[in-house]
Design a protein around this ligand. Structure first.
Ligand code: ZN
Length: 236
């Protein structure tokens, strides 16, 4: 009885493992290209920080307008006080009290305008930093997209080429053996044809019993590893 040609099946397996890896690479690239989560988070944060900045600017403008109005009022009343138009002492006193009160209000307004200015500057800095962060993320993504595009093109030609190689190898292999091999691949995944070395299954590393070892020696029958269930063959 001629030995089973496991070397040819091994060639088929190598192609299959390579195809598995290439297809996994395509899937990984496609999922990376579809994943915009980081950029979307950065965009949302930028929108929130922009809103904060706009509000801080509006608050600053309000504070400055209120301050300017008080300043103008103080100036007007001071002008009137020193114009000589008011001579009645009681009226003069009331005017002075008025001015003093307005100046107190202005001091408070000055303080809040200063705070509004600090808040506005801080909001602007935070927004600018977020914009830079988003720009960097988008630039990195664009570069990766380009690299991935190149790799996808390579894979698009490589995979059909390997599939054609697989088809040719299928025809060279024993049909029944291929059916067994294919169903094992579906069930176990990855490497299912395993060489025996130094009396061990090289997949699960178990020591094979002598009877089993003898059965694998001349590759004349299909032998499965008792431990991992894979197909055993002898290289020599
Ligand atoms: Zn095993």
């Amino acid at each position: 009885m001629p030995p089973i040609d496991f070397a040819r099946l091994q060639d088929l397996q190598e192609i299959d493992l390579l195809l598995d890896a290439l297809r996994a690479e395509v899937a990984a690239i496609e999922s990376a290209l579809a994943d915009h989560a980081e950029i979307e988070t950065a965009r949302r944060n930028l929108a929130a920080l922009t809103k904060t900045q706009v509000q801080a600017n509006a608050a600053l403008q309000d504070a400055e307008l209120a301050l300017a109005a008080l300043t103008a009022e103080v100036e007007n009343k001071s002008k009137r006080l020193y114009s000589g138009a008011v001579v009645n002492p009681r009226e003069l006193e009331a005017l002075q009290a008025d001015i003093a009160q307005l100046m107190q209000q202005r001091a408070v307004r000055e303080e809040s305008a200063l705070q509004a200015m600090v808040a506005s500057e801080e909001a602007e800095t935070a927004r600018d930093l977020q914009q830079q962060h988003l720009d960097a993320l988008e630039a990195t993504f664009a570069t990766r997209e380009k690299e991935f595009g190149v790799r996808l093109k390579e894979l698009e030609t490589d995979i059909p080429r390997r599939e054609a190689e697989r088809k040719a190898l299928l025809e060279q292999n024993d049909r029944t053996l291929v059916v067994t091999y294919d169903s094992m691949r579906k069930r176990l995944g990855g490497r299912v044809l395993v060489v025996v070395a130094q009396g061990r299954c090289t997949y699960c590393n178990i020591s094979l019993p002598d009877t089993q070892l003898r059965r694998t020696q001349h590759n004349q029958e299909v032998v499965y590893c008792d431990s991992c269930g894979r197909l055993l063959y002898s290289a020599s």
